[in-house]
Ligand binder design. Structure first.
Ligand code: TEU
Ligand code: CA
Length: 538
């Protein structure tokens, strides 16, 4: 499928968490054939790129982010023949495919790690990061403060520790070993040869370690060297879209990874706005959400990358709870706030990323018991939360902020299991699936899916929205107004009432090109409805 040089700037990316998207064979687990059956639903929405979370062979300690064979499809998802059909069916529809590149670590069950455990002389030993004990303990204090504990695991057989910056079942690869870099580059090109168009790059800033850092361990001295090497050997020759998952960077640091002249990645997620509403940015610690602080952070990144890089526009993914519960009004104004958040985000400069179900205004499930929670990250912290806050409050925190909030199955209709599976689902269903599902949203006259579809259609037709610059004009008292502008094109204004109240505000003159309340004409002193979103072309 021919690709323009900067095709990633016109991408509209839909993230699929394959385990929970659509089950075609009744085993309760989503699979590739299930994805194929829903490609027209995605095409209709206006999606032209799909990012699939890992569907490789994995023991699923971290639901596929612990890979035991980078070049094998996990049998629960299907096989390589199914995958080839998926690529063909996607490309037939003008949909490109990003796979998840999880190469900071492997599963402990990967053959390389099993070999490395055999001893210090094993040829795979240096595929991982081993250190001798220091004062009879771990080499440093990394991870000591985290719920999961030290990032070092002691291997009795060899008397050494090995590093895992992620979860216990994910030993870190040693990227300083050129053999590792060769293995990964060859694997990436193998997927390109199968027709893959790019990658989402998992915790990619961890692949080079900064061993002088007191915590965290990523952003090491060779990060840019290794990424540039991958660009030269893999990404560049295939004109690939690559989006890095990186945390805690400032715009100028992100540009070091994504500015075109760097020849490393094409864009990177930034998550600074995702921390608003959490105490000290910590998951499960619920704080006050300030919509204007939230908008301010988004504006910071619009200005920070403008003209130099490109934003990944993202409110949801498989690690984040539903955005309506965090940033919207999940009960009283569910559809209205879903439309406001979509307009706020996707009229900005950058590439839209939509997580499965977001286009339906999906809200979080409710966790009634710890047994309903399966995520390893939640499992690591549940004891601490129960001991310090009690069971009821722990379940409240899980229902607000657990990664499982995004991982309960997609609801296709109000039939048995929400149309996700004919079998027993691998995880609980969303408590609200009988009401909030694709069938109901597509049938509703004010459905969220139809609004997303209209939004992406308007967006694709306006160069000002696709390439224009950004200026925040108002961000207070519930009112948010920003301008997009491009030389030779009409200005476009986004006007939002980010509140439960009706508010009066000065509305820019022009023609309405999108309205979440189906408004057709403007008045100078308009009263905006609660959570109303308006897009006006001057
Ligand atoms: O996420 C890494 C990551 O940053 C999140 O897990 C985050 O640290 C955590 O949710 C903070 O509360 C990537 C994948 O997206 C995630 O699903 C994997 O669990 C992780 O890497 C390890 O591969
Ligand atoms: Ca299945």
């Amino acid at each position: 499928m021919e690709k323009m040089k900067d095709w990633y700037k016109d991408a509209v990316v839909y993230q699929i968490y394959p385990r929970s998207f659509c089950d075609s064979n009744g085993d309760g687990i989503g699979d590739i054939r299930g994805i194929i059956s829903k490609l027209d639903y995605l095409k209709e929405l206006g999606v032209n790129t799909v990012w699939i979370s890992p569907c490789y062979q994995s023991p699923n300690g971290d639901n596929g982010y612990d890979i035991s064979d980078f070049q094998a499809i996990g049998p629960e998802y299907g096989d390589l023949e199914d995958f080839k059909v998926l690529v063909e069916e996607m490309h037939k529809r003008g949909i490109r495919l990003l796979m998840d590149l999880v190469v900071n670590h492997t599963s402990e069950e990967h053959i390389w790690f099993q070999e490395a455990l055999k001893g210090k002389d094993n040829p795979y030993r240096d595929y991982y990061i081993w250190r001798d004990p220091v004062n009879d303990g771990p080499p440093n204090k990394w991870g000591m403060g985290d719920p999961g504990g030290s990032n070092w695991i002691y291997d009795e057989a060899s008397g050494q520790y090995y590093l895992h910056l992620g979860y216990r079942m994910q030993p870190d690869l040693n990227w300083d070993n050129p053999k590792v870099r060769d293995e990964i580059a060859n694997m990436i090109n193998w997927w390109f040869d199968l027709g893959v168009d790019g990658f989402r790059c998992d915790v990619i800033n961890l692949i080079s370690k900064d061993f002088d850092a007191p915590e965290g361990g990523g952003n090491g001295p060779n990060l840019h060297k290794y990424l540039h090497e991958l660009h030269e050997r893999c990404f560049g020759p295939h004109n690939a879209m690559t989006v890095g998952e990186v945390w805690d960077l400032e715009p100028e640091e992100s540009l070091m990874l994504t500015a075109p002249e760097r020849e490393e990645l094409t864009l990177a997620f930034q998550f600074e706005h995702m921390r608003v509403g959490r105490v000290d940015a910590k998951r499960f610690f619920i704080g006050e959400f300030d919509p204007h602080k939230f908008v301010e952070m988004l504006a910071k990144w619009q200005h920070g990358l403008n003209g130099k890089g490109w934003n990944a526009l993202c409110f949801e993914n498989h690690d984040q709870p539903r955005s309506l519960n965090r940033f919207g009004s999940p009960q009283k104004y569910r559809r209205e706030s879903a439309k406001l958040l979509a307009t706020l985000l996707y009229c900005m400069q950058g590439t839209p990323f939509i997580y499965q179900g977001q286009e339906l205004g999906t809200i979080n499930p409710v966790f009634h018991s710890l047994y309903e929670s399966v995520d390893c990250e939640a499992n690591n912290i549940e004891r601490y939360l129960v001991e310090n806050f009690g069971m009821e409050d722990t379940l409240r925190r899980f229902s607000f902020d657990s990664r499982d909030c995004a991982r309960v199955p997609m609801a296709w209709d109000d039939s048995y299991n929400g149309g996700f599976t004919e079998g027993k689902p691998w995880i609980k269903l969303n408590d609200f699936y009988a009401d909030i599902n694709a069938k109901n949203e597509l049938a509703a006259k004010d459905g969220v899916y139809a609004f997303y579809k209209e939004l992406f259609s308007v967006r694709a037709s306006k160069k000002t929205l696709l390439r224009g610059e950004f200026e925040l004009l108002k961000n207070e008292g519930g009112a948010v107004i920003y301008r997009r502008y491009l030389e030779g094109e009409k200005d476009i204004y986004v006007v939002l009432n980010y509140s439960d109240n009706k508010i009066k505000c000065d509305i820019p003159k022009g023609e309405i090109i999108l309205s979440s309340y189906n408004r057709t004409k403007l008045a100078p002193k308009l009263k905006l409805e609660p959570w109303e979103a308006l897009v006006i072309e001057a």
